[in-house]
Design a protein around this ligand. Structure first.
Ligand code: ATP
Ligand code: MG
Length: 135
């Protein structure tokens, strides 16, 4: 399924819809693929808002690998610069069992849970993004 958004605001709305969807479906891993500046963090803010997390609290720092929001049992994981995630370094599967995980730069992960929602974001032009979703 492909969805286009034409502004940051629309991407946040799409994220919120995705957040409600995954809650209803019992999906707890959302893997985001896409180059720098495509909108992974903007989409994450929208997803997090469905969990009652304020968007200002979602950081876009790539220095932090895992941000935990205990009030919502929500994990924002950013694997930027990590080539192949080694199980001994961070045990992602442990997080997958603990709560809802949104992962930026998910291409580093070899294996995802079966029901993970995979979203690939491409930049069309300055303000247009296309989101391709697959379960
Ligand atoms: N339709 C759109 N959806 C989302 N963001 C958009 C859109 N149009 C323009 N933008 C801009 O694109 C940028 C997306 O930044 P964002 O930090 O979300 O990217 P990212 O994929 O997380 O990058 P990084 O890989 O560096 O973490 C923002 O500056 C945002 O304002
Ligand atoms: Mg980001």
């Amino acid at each position: 399924m492909k969805i286009f958004t034409y502004s940051e605001k629309e991407t946040k709305i799409l994220g919120k819809m995705i957040g409600s969807f995954v809650q209803k479906q019992g999906i707890n891993v959302i893997a985001l693929y896409g180059e720098m500046g495509t909108g992974k963090t903007v989409l994450t803010k929208g997803i997090a808002s469905a969990f009652g997390i304020e968007e200002k609290d979602i950081a876009s720092s790539s220095f932090v690998i895992v941000s935990h929001y205990p009030e919502a049992n929500f994990y924002h994981i950013d694997l930027y610069r990590l080539d192949n995630v080694k199980e001994e370094d961070i045990d992602l599967w442990e997080y997958f069992e603990l709560g809802t995980c949104v992962i930026e730069w998910a291409q580093s992960i070899n294996e995802l849970p079966e029901n993970a929602l995979k979203i690939t974001i491409d930049l069309v032009d300055e303000t247009t993004r296309v989101f391709e979703m697959e379960i």
